[in-house]
Ligand binder design. Sequence first.
Ligand SMILES: O=C(O)CCC(=O)C(=O)O
Length: 289
Amino acid sequence: MHGFRLSAAQIEQFNEDGFLIVENLLDDETVERLRGRFERLFRGEFETGLVPDEVNWREGQSDPTLTRQICNGWRADRTIARTVLRADLGQAIAELGDWPGARIMIDNVLWKPPGTRPLGYHQDNAYLSWFTPKQLLSCWMALDATRAETGTVEFVRGSHKWHHSQPEGEFHGPQDYRRSVELAAEREGVQPEYVYVEVPQGGGAFHHGWTWHGSGHNTASEHRRALVLHAMRSDTRFVPEQLSEGIGRVYGRYKHLTDNEIDENYFPVLWRHDGYRTPGIETFTRSTG
Ligand SMILES: O=C(O)CCC(=O)C(=O)O
């Protein structure tokens, strides 16, 4: 049982800034175990036999200067699932979003070794026309102590209150990773205030779906790994007209033939105010078969 809880002051801070930096999301033993699973996933070893929804980097095949990324590693690996499907994280997200409950939309397995390139600034909600309500709230968990020099994730304070952008620019390894947010700040008529998430391993941050964020080069000699839970509201539904657009092409495959319901087998409910949690989660994460 995990017991992460937020205080009223932290929720207020999140509403003000669009993010909240925290410590002690993961204990050292879990961090160690997750690092081992990262190695296996990027070698293409999938414990459950299911292939993650997006594998954007493979050992021996992909550009070594790019940040390694897999999306929905939890379907392939139960150790990843045990973290990103935690009820207490679902509850924290639902409380921050003032939602009826939270379900996982996607996880990100991210590994930025020394010398690797940035991830471009973006607003997560800009990529979500394929479901409604178009809201995401995320929990970013560090598997290494992070510093600005390791290319840690960074946020622009208060930018969740800015105008909403369209998806634009390169995400993987852009020349100028802050270009899109600088243009957005200009349109907004403000100077962006950049905040680096500098935490011990096991720490991390929650961020709002409209908060501008990205990460720079890893110019240090340490690795920088993170596991991210991106959650949507428990009452989210598909928008069928948008399933051929962007990443809707990937996730639209989980739509039922005859309704717009989002199936809990693919997007489990982590926590809901009325006490509900997708029952299959415990069976899946405990299973060895
Ligand atoms: O860890 C990073 O570099 C970026 C992560 C990110 O884009 C996210 O958590 O939404």
